[in-house]
Design a protein around this ligand. Structure first.
Ligand SMILES: CC(C)(COP(=O)(O)OP(=O)(O)OC[C@H]1O[C@@H](n2cnc3c(N)ncnc32)[C@H](O)[C@@H]1OP(=O)(O)O)[C@@H](O)C(=O)NCCC(=O)NCCS
Length: 195
């Protein structure tokens, strides 16, 4: 039997894990399909774990190596209090983004990266939607970001707007962007925390 599910957020307070699935829940196979995408789940991972090491390797490959740059140990230590959202296929991490608190109402999205051989499959969009759900659930009102000029259309397609002039960061042209996020929609289905 296959049940249509608009959105499910599973929260496990004991482990701090937070998992969201979008698409159809297959009751026979007990698995989730992200529409036709090759990802099996999107979830928050912890700093300093093997998942985190894989995330940094992906970010280096997609965001830093092409620029001849690398992360410093201080930069990696500084992001220990940020929210690390990862997308996984059956074989491991395929995308990520980080969220950094700016104020009680604002959170900044950064380090958005999808593995090169999985770009254009909808994974980046699902990561951004997940992060918006997470930010709403924490009562943030606005998400801000510095968008690479090459990625501005991606964010525009997800409802973000340009809020200022072009500037340079990590050697590349960027634009400041933002999106106001509303309250949680009643159409969303919440499940009780797991034991
Ligand atoms: C930018 C990036 C995160 C987008 O992720 P993705 O999984 O490839 O994007 P999706 O497949 O979810 O695309 C979502 C939408 O944005 C559009 N889009 C994605 N990348 C785009 C680009 N570079 N230019 C124009 N449109 C783009 C897609 O066409 C799609 O639109 P649709 O829903 O109307 O079809 C990914 O391509 C990436 O990692 N790029 C290299 C690193 C980077 O630039 N990161 C962003 C730093 S600010």
């Amino acid at each position: 039997m296959t049940l249509p599910v608009i959105l499910i957020i599973k929260m496990t307070k004991s482990t701090g894990s937070y998992t969201l699935h979008r698409g159809k829940l297959d009751m026979n196979r007990r698995s989730f399909n992200f529409r036709d995408m090759k990802i099996k789940e999107i979830r928050i991972i912890s700093h300093g774990t093997p998942d985190y090491d894989a995330e940094v390797a992906l970010r280096y490959k997609v965001l830093r190596e092409p620029l001849g740059l690398n992360y410093t140990p201080e930069q990696l230590t500084d992001e220990k209090d940020e929210i690390h959202i990862n997308a996984f296929s059956e074989s491991g991490i395929v995308g990520c983004l980080l969220l950094k608190r700016v104020s009680d109402s604002e959170i900044k999205m950064r380090q958005v990266a999808v593995a090169e051989d999985h770009q254009g499959e909808g994974i980046g969009g699902e990561l951004v939607r997940f992060c918006e759900e997470y930010a709403r659930s924490c009562n943030y009102k606005v998400i801000t970001l510095h968008a690479r000029e090459s990625a501005v259309k991606f964010y525009l397609s997800l409802g973000y707007e340009i809020t200022g002039d072009r500037f340079t960061e990590v050697t590349l042209p960027h634009f400041p962007m933002r999106k106001n996020i509303g309250p949680l929609s009643p159409a969303r289905i919440f499940h009780s925390p797991e034991k």
